[in-house]
Design a protein. Structure first.
Length: 463
């Protein structure tokens, strides 16, 4: 009798072990803690809000805005934020080392150039409780001072995964693309790329994550990181951020089929526009530049000459070109909104509003400093961005601005006594809140009317 019972127990143990072995090879599904929801009504889970980089929120944020809260991080912010439900993710770590003022660094006093790896972290922040719920120490920096690249997290709320690529190590020239557990910040898998500058911001669709690995556009399996296909980056490195529209990915000077990575077309301006109005240089071109998807055309910032190029999405043929008239330097990633294409000329400190149909100038806004040339975050016809302005000596002040995209008029500004880090960093608008990272401050803003409503609710709850 005892032997028979023992055999039954052993058989049950074998079945349990076999079941465990099978489950261990299945794609990982993370169970969400009760207090952290990854899905909101109007999320901003990646750079430019969505896979087509529309940068346009359904939230109605009307200036003037009021700061709702801020969270101080341990290092200078080097990525754009991503927000999905209760979770915001942002990265820190930069080339600039700051003078110690007792808190570890002073954003207004640049001491020397270098890399402080202790500051290279990815943070998960609960936007409801305003608390840091996890932090991940990276082996590579997240830095956006010297070059652009659109470093930004991508939150995969369906699988509970955060994707984020890094800058390269200054000595080894190796960069890393991380997949982290969205609830705990634990590393699930990573991919390394050698002899590159950085990985780009990622996008996801149909079980794949698309990202520029610093050399080529690649597709990875979302749960495991397995390489699915590679599309030639034509030597453009990590500068280009992929943009997805339907089954087509626009990347650098080409369009690629998202299903198999095959090239659909190569932009003709890359080949032979010498002597033409479209310039003889490389276009579209830009550190961190991405396409804007319009109603009938796609748009990209160019270099040599600086400007905005409109292309036929079916074959890559140029339709019109707007020339800034400035010396050759990369223009920012454009955004499309209600028939207007907006972009910023990096060295000219000018933001342009262009008619998307014919390429004619509608308005331009001259800044008093240099606007960060990441794409605007748009809500209800207002484009929000930030720029750095010198304040004398080594001091730097950043301004968060809001422009009416129909007229180009400034409708709101907010000064921050910290450095506006890097290029191509953008703001995020999610669930009626504007999020911005400047210096070591991660801040949240709401409309003044919404702030009063929240304040009155607090008073009622106290009663």
């Amino acid at each position: 009798m005892v032997c028979r019972e023992t055999n039954k127990i052993l058989e049950m143990l074998k079945n349990v072990i076999a079941l465990f072995m099978v489950l261990s090879f299945l794609p990982r599904v993370v169970e969400a803690p009760d207090k952290l929801n990854l899905s909101g009504e109007d999320d901003w889970p990646m750079w430019g809000k969505d896979a087509c980089r529309s940068a346009t929120s359904k939230s109605k944020i009307k200036p003037p805005l009021v700061k709702l809260w801020e969270v101080e991080l341990k290092g200078p912010i080097g990525t754009s934020p991503a927000v999905s439900g209760d979770l915001a993710v942002i990265g820190t770590g930069d080339r600039l080392i700051f003078k110690d003022d007792g808190r570890g660094w002073d954003a207004n006093k640049i001491l020397r150039s270098g890399v402080n790896m202790d500051d290279s972290k990815i943070y998960g922040i609960n936007v409801k409780t305003r608390k840091i719920i996890w932090e991940f120490q990276s082996s590579r920096p997240f830095q956006r001072i010297a070059h652009g690249g659109g470093l930004a997290p991508c939150i995969d709320k369906d699988r509970g995964i955060v994707y984020l690529g890094s800058e390269s190590d200054p000595e080894t020239k190796e960069a890393v693309f991380y997949a982290l557990d969205a609830y705990t910040g634990k590393e699930l898998w990573k991919k390394e790329s050698s002899r590159v500058h950085h990985w780009s911001a990622a996008i996801t669709k149909d079980g794949k994550v698309f990202v520029n690995n610093g050399k080529n556009l690649i597709a990875l399996d979302r749960p495991t990181g397995k390489l699915l296909w590679t599309a030639d980056g034509h030597g453009h490195g990590g500068s280009y951020v992929p943009v997805l529209s339907g089954d087509t990915i626009y990347f650098g000077c080409r369009a690629v089929d998202a299903r198999d990575g095959k090239v659909i077309w190569v932009c003709k301006s890359e080949k032979s526009y010498a002597g033409s109005p479209y310039g003889g240089g490389t276009a579209p071109y830009g550190c961190g530049a991405s396409y804007a998807i319009g109603d009938k055309l796609v748009f990209a910032g160019t270099r040599d000459p600086d400007g905005l190029l409109a292309l036929d999405p079916s074959n890559g043929g140029a339709k019109w070109f707007f020339d800034t008239g400035g010396p050759p330097k990369v223009c920012s990633s454009p955004v499309f909104y209600n028939g207007i294409v907006c972009f910023t000329w990096r060295r000219g400190s000018t933001t342009f509003g262009i008619n998307a149909t014919d390429g004619k100038l509608l308005w331009k806004y001259e800044t008093e400093g240099r606007r960060n040339d990441g794409p605007f975050a748009i809500s209800d016809g207002v484009g929000f961005g930030h720029r750095g302005v010198e304040a004398g000596g080594n001091g730097l002040i950043s301004l968060i601005i809001g422009l009416d995209l129909k007229t180009g008029e400034k409708v709101w500004t907010y000064p921050v006594e910290a450095m506006c880090a890097g290029r191509h960093l953008s703001l995020a608008i999610a669930n009626d809140v504007l999020y911005c990272g400047i210096g070591n401050k991660f801040m949240a803003f709401v409309s003044e009317g919404d702030y009063r409503k929240r304040d009155s609710l607090k008073e009622e709850n106290k009663k």
